[in-house]
Design a protein around this ligand. Sequence first.
Ligand code: ADP
Ligand code: G6P
Length: 506
Amino acid sequence: MSDIDLLDLPLVLLSNRGPVSFDRDASGRTVNRGAGGLVSALSGLAEHLDDAVWVCGAATPEDAAVAGENDGGAILVQTQPTPHVVEGQPDGPSIRVRLVVTDPDAYADFYSVWSNPILWFIQHGLYGRSLAPVLTRAEHDAFENGYAAVNRAYADAVADEVRSRGGKALVLLQDYHFYLVAEHVREQCPDVVLTHFVHIPWPGPDEWRVLPGNIRERLLRGLLGSDVVGFHTRRYARNFVLCAGELLGLPINLDDLTVTVNDRVVSARYYPISVDPAALDATLASEDVAAHMAMLRYVFLDEDRQLVLRVDRTDPSKNVVRGFLAFGTLLDQHPELVGRVSFLALLQPSRTDVPEYADYIALIGAVVAEINAKHTKEGRQPIDLRMVEDFALAVAAYSICDVLMVNAIADGMNLVAKEVAVVNRRGGVLALSEMAGSHEELGEFAVTLHPFDVQQMADALYTALTMPMEERHRRLAAAAEQVRTHDVRRWLNDQLADLRHLAGFS
Ligand code: ADP
Ligand code: G6P
C-alpha cells in the first residue's frame, strides 16, 4: 500500500482474533474470516503491507494443526477471492499470519475468565452487577496461570518476529487481551517502536477500582511499556491518563495527554477507527450480495413496508434485549405499524463458552418469542431473528434497510454504523446509541438512542421510521461523506504520522 509510510520499519501486528481461522468439514480444511470489528478494520490494511506479519491466537484445533505443520512459523494466507494457504507467490491479496498455540487450560482462563467476563465487562460497564462473588481464588489463579501466562507467550512470539527482522520493528499491539505484552516485548527488544491500540472503551479510575490494586497496577504498567497507547475517542484517552495518575501515582499531563514513567514519556492518543469504503463498494457490487438483496426485498419490502435492522455479535454490551423491548413498545403504541414494519436481526453467536454470553442468547430468544407471539399479523412475524455470521447477507441488508439500530450500552466505536453509512442506498436512518464511539462522528446525522431508556428508544425508532424521505437522504449522504473521508487508511496513517514525531523519527 504505497500511501502508508511505515517509518521504514518492518511491521509486527498482534491481536488475539486473527484475520482467518481454519476448520474442518467433510470436504477437508476450510478457512473463515475472523469475527468482530478489529478484524474487519485491520484485514483490508494488512493485505497491502508487504513486510508485515500478523501474530494471533490459534482459535480452533485446526488452527493449531496448521501452526504445527509449519513448526509455529508464519504462513501466507491469500484472503481473496477464496481464502487459502499459499505455498509460492499469491495471485491475490494475502496476509502473513503466525498462529500462536498455547496450553488450552491457560487459554480458557485467559479468554473465558479474564479477557471477556472481567476486562470486557469492566470496560463496558457490565462488571459486578449481579450478587455473585467476584474474584475468588479461582479467578486470582486464572490471572497468573491464564492472562499473565498467555500474555507472556504472545510477547515471546512477537519478540521472536522482531528479532528475526533485525531487532527493530514497528509493533502494533491490539486490544484488551494483551495489556501485559508491551512491557515484556520492550524488555526483550529495547529498540522497538511500540503502540498499543485499545479498541474498547476505557473507563475512569473509579471503575477500575473494582480490581485489586496489584492487578490493576500490573495492567496499567504493562500498557505503559508502549510508546503510544491509542483509543477511539479523547474521553477514553483522558480516562487512561487519569488512571495512570490516580492509580499509579505517576506524573501526568492532561493537556497533552502524557504519562511520565521513569525516563520515558508515554502518550495517550485518539484515532477513530473506520472502514475501507472501496472494499465495501466492491462487496456491495458482488453477485452474492445482489442475490441476498433480491431475497430481502421480496421478504421485507413489498407493498411499501419498512425494515429495521440490527447486525451484532450476541454480546450483552450490544443491548439486544432492550432493543427488542423498544421495538415491542413501538408496536404496542403504534398498532398501525404492525404488519408494516419488520425487524431483521442478524446475530453472530459470540463467546459462547462464557456463561454470561450463553445466558444472553437464551434471553434474546425468549424476548423475541414473546413479541412475535403478541404482534404476528396475517402470518407475518414482526421480528426475524437469524443467528448467522454472513457478511454478504449483512451488506445486502445494510444497503436496503430503512433504519439501523445500534443501541449499545457502551461500544468502543461500532463499525456497523459506518458500514451502513457507506453502503445504504435507501436513505437509511442511523439510530445510534449515544454511548457508541461512532456517535461522536455520526451523532449529528443520526437519531440518538439512550440505551437504558426503552421508551426513548421506541420514540426514536418512530421518529426514524416517519422521517421525510428528503431528510433521510440528506442525513445519510452527510454520514457517508464523513466516513469516506475518515476511512481506515486514515486511521493508520494518522497514527504513523504521530509516531514519526513522538518516537523521534522526524
Ligand atoms: P464488535 O467489534 O464489537 O463486534 P463492530 O460493530 O465494531 O462490533 O464490528 C462488527 C463487525 O462484524 C462489522 O464488520 C460487522 O459487519 C460484522 N458482523 C457483525 N455481526 C455480523 C453477522 N451476524 N454476520 C456478518 N458480519 C457481522
Ligand atoms: C471486538 C474486540 C475484538 C474481538 C472481537 C470479536 O471487536 O474489540 O478484540 O476480536 O470483538 O470477539 P472475539 O472474542 O470473537 O474475538
